[in-house]
Ligand binder design. Structure first.
Ligand code: HSE
Length: 335
């Protein structure tokens, strides 16, 4: 949030030129107004603890608080009050995306969330817009920076799991409760979001088979090396066809052995990488910083410009689509 506010204040003129109208921050909801936030460049009078009231008087509400409650009710209230919404909240969309997409549709609002998956990497928009004329078969990759940071450090230096996790927290990669990262909940929510867009089907985090990295040890990484492999937490979303050609979806997250020659094996630290396979486009690879304040702010700011542009010109940006409504396989049926 701080990084977004700073950039919006510092680059006011550039944003005005890109959007076609001046963007004005009308308020910032915080838990504690007494905290020093002078680094954001915002006037102290803009800070409020009354988020409920604030979301009713903005054209565009940016939600970067995370968690399910009160983020969900605030976004609902914002949309019902006529605002469009930009959010980075993967947990919320992975669980309650359908409700929010439908509400946005009903109210003619935009709901953008590029920052919810893979930090700075443009992935939602390519899937939703650039590949809208293709048929995506698979979306597979590393979508959690914290676990990749931990596994890379354990692999490269034999670093201790707990120390590396604490460092990921200090660097702003890990969630407030890092269980979401290390147990794969964060990656599963992101997989649900990706599968929903890629396959035009509502997939929730509960549909995604999930295993985390908390039981991966340095000995496992040493053993993997003996087979010219490394271990990465992978998110895999696939379109699967049975013998009769009927289509299903499989979405799963687990630590996997990756051959050292595979491009994903070279993705280290908090970087993310996602391979998308589509019928006509073939294989595409997306790579970049998957966590951290500034990279995530880049994706949020891109959404702000996109949504603000549609507010200025009228109409709506591309919304969600779930027309395919494919069944989701359980892990036992998938592999
Ligand atoms: N905790 C998340 C991660 C932040 O480590 O990837 C970015 O979504």
């Amino acid at each position: 949030g701080g990084a977004v506010a700073r950039r919006l204040t510092q680059a006011k003129d550039e944003f005005e030129a890109r959007v076609g109208r001046r963007l004005e921050i009308v308020g910032v909801a915080v838990r504690d107004t007494s905290k020093d936030r002078s680094d954001t460049g915002l006037d102290a009078s803009l800070f409020t603890t009354d988020a409920e009231e604030l979301v009713t008087r903005a054209d565009l509400v940016i939600e970067l608080m995370g968690g399910i409650d009160p983020a969900k009710s605030l976004l609902q209230k914002a949309i019902e009050s006529g605002a469009s919404v930009v959010t980075a909240n993967k947990a919320l969309l992975g669980q309650h995306g359908a409700e929010l997409y439908e509400l946005a549709e009903e109210h003619g609002a935009d709901l953008y969330y590029e920052a919810a998956v893979a930090g700075a990497i443009p992935l939602i928009r390519p899937l939703r817009e650039s590949l809208a004329g293709d048929s995506v078969q698979r979306v597979m990759g590393i979508v959690n920076g914290t676990t990749n940071f931990i596994l890379s450090a354990m692999d490269e230096t034999g670093a201790d799991y707990a120390d590396t996790l604490a460092e990921a927290g200090r660097l702003g990669y890990a969630e407030a409760d890092p269980t979401a990262d290390v147990e794969g909940y964060d990656a599963a929510a992101k997989a649900a979001i990706l599968a929903s867009i890629a396959f035009h089907t509502r997939v929730t985090a509960a549909d995604v088979h999930r295993e985390g990295i908390s039981s991966v040890t340095s000995a496992d990484l040493i053993a993997a090396k003996k087979f010219d492999c490394t271990i990465k937490l992978l998110s895999i979303c696939e379109r699967v066809r049975d013998a009769n050609g009927a289509q299903r979806i499989s979405a799963r997250v687990y630590p996997a052995l990756i051959p050292l020659t595979h491009p994903l094996a070279t993705v280290n630290g908090a970087f993310n990488a996602v391979v998308v396979e589509a019928e006509n486009a073939g294989r595409l690879m997306f790579y970049g910083q998957g966590a951290g304040g500034d990279p995530t702010a880049s994706a949020v700011l891109g959404d702000i410009v996109a949504v603000a542009r549609t507010r200025v010109t009228g109409g709506r940006g591309p919304g969600e689509s779930a027309y395919a409504d494919l069944p989701v396989l359980s892990i036992g049926q998938a592999i």
